[in-house]
Write a protein that binds this ligand. Structure first.
Ligand code: DO4
Ligand code: MG
Length: 310
């Protein structure tokens, strides 16, 4: 189901105080067995999940807040713990109480698409791409985020709807980037294009944010910037869109974006920050209910969501 396609599983080179070695990236997920309670798991490349709940890890936050999440996970993974087939568990969105925010117009492609979308807003998009202060907007509460496998929504009152495939930074309460996941910043381009003041309605509605399938921990920014982002949209048996970009094309640094988010604001539960889209379907394209969106990011995996009208 949500395992990464072959070739999408990267490795991380760590340069700790004592060692410089290549370790496989750690993938931490929230999952449930049927309708059972949420559990925390370590996703293995062999298509299994190691259930960390019996080892006392019942929430992500204590792990993400710690000084060495990777070390703690590796120690836990050394214990004798239940192992389940990934295909047999229900993945939950990898967020608990974090606020979800998003950066906009961080890729040249997004700036160009938005400037074409609306004469009314063109100068605002042009200016924000070049400005020191980035565009950052609130996207979702954690409890509203959908997981991989669950439907994302297109608004019933919009006519031009697209997914936005984005790398998402997972930040702890101190603003430290502890991991990465995949985000889908679902957007109604006709509403956004009609008037920039309608942006919250174009971006925030039922099922407008998907995150998952899990969090990859501890990849340094230079390694993450080598990742690719692939978007495919399937309509029945037809692939109606495919496109890709590289994370390295994001104009701004990750620390820069995180730093702006944490200016004059605290996040006691941490935050997730989507870093903007660099893949924009042609203007003639709009999503339909029943489409299936797949976003694959190297080093993380695949976020897959069917589309429903909301
Ligand atoms: O203001 C428009 C939003 C831009 C956006 O979401 C993006 O570039 O990803
Ligand atoms: Mg976006």
């Amino acid at each position: 189901m949500d395992a990464a396609p072959a070739g999408l599983l990267g490795t991380v080179t760590t340069h700790g105080p004592m060692t410089s070695r290549t370790l496989p990236p750690l993938k931490i997920c929230r999952f449930a067995i049927g309708d059972g309670p949420v559990r925390i798991g370590l996703v293995r490349d062999d298509g299994t999940v190691l259930d960390l709940t019996p080892a006392g890890l019942t929430r992500l936050q204590p792990l993400l807040e710690g000084d060495d999440p990777g070390g703690r996970l590796r120690r836990l993974a050394g214990q004798k713990l239940p192992r389940l087939a990934l295909a047999a568990v229900r993945l939950r969105a990898p967020v608990e109480r974090q606020e979800i925010w998003a950066a906009g117009v961080t890729y040249l492609r997004s700036k160009a698409a938005r400037m074409e979308e609306s004469d009314f807003s063109a100068s605002a998009y042009g200016q924000v791409y070049a400005a020191e202060r980035p565009e950052l907007f609130f996207k979702a509460l954690a409890e509203k985020v959908v997981a991989s496998g669950e439907p994302v929504g297109i608004r019933g009152d919009a006519t031009w709807n697209v997914p936005e495939p984005e790398l998402a930074l997972v930040l702890n309460s101190r603003g430290r980037i502890v991991g990465h996941t995949i985000g889908n910043d679902m957007s109604s381009r006709d509403i956004e294009g009609a008037n920039l003041l309608y942006l919250p309605q174009a971006k925030i509605y039922e099922r407008s944010c998907a995150l998952g399938p899990w969090i990859t921990l501890g990849t340094p920014e230079p390694a993450a910037r080598r990742w690719d982002v692939h978007l495919t949209i399937q309509r029945g048996r037809r692939r109606v869109f495919a496109g890709e970009t590289s994370v390295g094309r994001i104009k701004r640094g990750f620390e820069e974006l995180a730093g702006w988010l944490f200016r004059s604001q605290t996040f006691p539960h941490g935050a997730v920050l989507l870093t903007g889209t660099g893949v924009v379907p042609p203007d003639s394209f709009t999503l339909q209910a029943g489409d299936v969106i797949e976003i694959a990011v190297t080093g993380i995996g695949v976020l897959r969501n069917p589309v429903v009208a909301v």
